[in-house]
Design a protein. Structure first.
Length: 203
């Protein structure tokens, strides 16, 4: 497993900048105060409402449901195949490659960038957790948050009920066993399982 390259950012002490909105800070991948940005709550409500529409639409019109999700996220390649329900807080922060399969009950929490490569299989009940809150109590009380990215490289397969923590990259062609919790990067071409996830064997 790779070392956690985001540790320094997690330990930062953010500073106030009243000249910029919380949304501007979020989009710049900086610390922001999620409780003070009314536009953030509005974005979340709008996106989650669209996710509910997609979920309700799927049984009768799966092609349209796929098209709605492809249009909702920042970028999406052809061949998307989903099984709702699906829940995403900040769809503009998510990109999806070509020929991706997403099984039922995907949940994407927080503002960190989500990058899903080509030919990725995502099992049911997968959780992407991108928010990082400060270890310092005063900063948590103030509502500071940092969205860290999650990346699935090409040809990754996630089993069911996998949890991916902030800042984690899963390398190309790797397989993650059902129920695993990923707290650190996964190298390419391995099988990972457990809590926390550990390399079981190479492929």
């Amino acid at each position: 497993m790779a070392s956690n390259r985001w540790q320094d950012r997690k330990n930062e002490r953010p500073t106030e900048d009243p000249s910029r909105t919380e949304l501007e800070k979020l989009r710049a991948d900086e610390w922001f105060k999620y409780r003070l940005g009314p536009e953030l709550a509005a974005m979340q409500r709008e996106t989650l409402a669209t996710c509910r529409e997609i979920s309700a639409l799927y049984p009768s019109d799966p092609e349209r449901a796929n098209a709605m999700l492809a249009a909702l996220v920042a970028e999406c390649g052809p061949g998307l195949d989903i099984r709702p329900p699906i829940s995403i807080e900040y769809a503009e922060r998510m990109t999806i490659g070509s020929d991706v399969f997403i099984n039922a009950d995907l949940m994407v929490i927080g503002s960190g960038r989500i990058t899903i490569g080509n030919n990725v299989l995502i099992g049911p009940c997968t959780r992407f957790y991108t928010p990082n809150h400060s270890v310092h109590l005063d900063l948590r009380h103030a509502g500071w948050e940092l969205g860290l990215p999650i990346t699935l490289e090409d040809d990754v397969w996630l089993g069911g009920s996998v949890v991916i923590c902030p800042g984690v990259t899963v390398g190309r062609g790797s397989v993650v066993g059902a129920g695993s919790v990923l707290t650190k990067d996964v190298p390419p071409g391995v099988v990972v399982a457990g809590n926390p996830g550990r390399v079981v064997r190479t492929i």
